[in-house]
Design a binder for this molecule. Structure first.
Ligand code: GLY
Ligand code: GLY
Length: 311
C-alpha cells in the first residue's frame, strides 16, 4: 500500500494565563516535542513510537506538568499518571501514582507490551519498572522551584474558588498517524496541584485521558481530571466522530457538554483515521503543535497560529 503522509500533534496542557517569558519556553518545548515525534514518523517509525517519543521530550522538560516539573500533591510529593494506546489492535497500557521514575509514559508502554494487563498502579507499577530495568531516581529530581512555589501558593489560597483551568496546568499528550495508517495516543501528567495522596486523574484512564482506534482516529485530552472522567471526554469525542461529525465539530460538542454538564474545562488534540487533525480547548489557552507535510503549525492562545517549514 502507498505510504500516507504522517501526522503528529502534541499539547502541553490547558492553561490559564502564562507569563510572556514562560510562554516562549513553553512554545520552544512544544515545538521540540512535535519535531521529535514527526521525525520518528518520517523515518517510518510507528505511531506508538512517535507519541511515546514526543511525550518523553515533554516529560523531560521542566516547563510542563509531567515527569520533571510535575505538580506536587498535598504532601509535597510527585505522583504521576500516564497512558498510551495503539489504534491498530486497541492495546493499551497505563500507570498511576508512580513516583520515582523519569518517564511514566515509557512504563505505560511496557505495561502495554510486556504484561497481560492494561493498568498498573503505585507499588506494583514501581516493582514492574524495576523488573524492566527502569532506573529509580530520587523523587526530588522531579521537583522544581516552580512546582514548590505553586503548591505554597495553592495552600495559601485554599478555599479561594478558582476556575478548573488554573488548578491544572501543563498535562502533556500526543496523537499520531503513521505512514502505514495506524494511529496512537499518549498522555502523561503530574495531575492536580495539592491533590490528595493517591488521587488518580483522567490521564491514565483510557477513554478519558485519550483513545486510539484505527477505525476512527486518536485523541489526547487535558484539563480538569475529575470533569474529564465524568464525561469520558476522549471516547465521547470519538463517538461524535464515528457519528459523522468533523473533528472540529466533535471536539466542540464534547467540550461544550463537559462545560454545561459538570462545569469542567479542558482541551483535546485529534487525528482522524485518514490523517486530518484538529486542536480545540475551552480553557483560556492550550499550547499545541501539529506537524504534517513538512510544515509545523503551533499556537497557545485562541486564534493564534504560526506555521513554519520543517527541513
Ligand atoms: N487544564 C490543564 C491541564 O490539564 O494541564
Ligand atoms: N488532566 C490531568 C489531571 O487532572 O490529572
Amino acid at each position: 500500500m502507498e505510504d500516507r503522509s504522517p501526522v503528529l500533534v502534541v499539547h502541553g496542557g490547558g492553561a490559564g494565563s502564562i507569563s510572556l517569558e514562560r510562554k516562549e519556553r513553553v512554545r520552544q518545548g512544544i515545538i521540540r516535542a512535535a519535531t521529535v515525534g514527526y521525525n520518528i514518523l518520517k523515518e517510518k517509525g510507528s505511531a506508538v513510537d512517535a507519541v511515546e517519543g514526543a511525550v518523553v521530550v515533554l516529560e523531560n522538560d521542566p516547563e510542563f506538568n509531567a515527569g520533571c516539573g510535575s505538580v506536587l500533591n498535598v504532601n509535597g510529593e510527585v505522583e504521576m499518571d500516564a497512558s498510551i494506546m495503539n489504534g491498530k489492535d486497541l492495546s493499551t497500557g497505563a500507570v498511576s501514582a508512580v513516583r520515582s521514575i523519569a518517564n511514566p509514559i515509557k512504563l505505560a508502554r511496557l505495561v502495554m507490551e510486556k504484561t497481560p494487563h492494561c493498568f498498573l498502579t503505585d507499588q506494583g507499577a514501581a516493582k514492574f519498572a524495576a523488573s524492566m530495568g527502569i532506573p529509580e531516581i530520587p523523587g526530588e529530581q522531579l521537583i522544581t522551584e516552580r512546582s514548590k512555589k505553586h503548591l505554597e501558593k495553592e495552600k495559601l489560597e485554599k478555599g479561594v474558588k478558582k476556575p478548573d483551568c488554573q488548578k491544572n496546568l501543563g498535562t502533556v499528550g500526543a496523537v499520531a498517524f503513521d505512514c502505514a495508517g495506524n494511529v496512537a495516543y499518549a498522555t502523561s501528567t503530574g495531575g492536580l496541584v495539592n491533590k490528595m495522596a493517591g488521587r488518580v486523574g483522567d490521564s491514565p484512564c483510557v477513554g478519558s485521558g485519550g483513545y486510539a482506534d484505527n477505525l476512527i482516529g486518536a485523541i489526547s485530552t487535558t484539563g480538569h481530571g475529575e470533569s474529564i472522567l465524568k464525561v469520558n471526554l476522549a471516547r465521547l469525542t470519538l463517538f461524535h466522530v464515528q457519528q459523522g461529525k468533523t473533528l472540529e465539530e466533535a471536539a466542540g460538542l464534547s467540550l461544550d457538554y463537559m462545560k454545561s454538564r459538570v462545569k469542567g474545562v479542558g482541551g483535546v488534540i485529534l487525528v482522524s483515521k485518514t490523517g486530518d487533525w484538529a486542536v480545540k480547548w475551552s480553557s483560556e489557552a492550550m499550547p499545541w503543535a501539529a506537524a504534517k507535510d513538512r510544515k509545523l503549525h503551533f499556537g497557545i492562545e485562541v486564534d493564534e497560529m504560526t506555521t513554519i517549514d520543517l527541513p
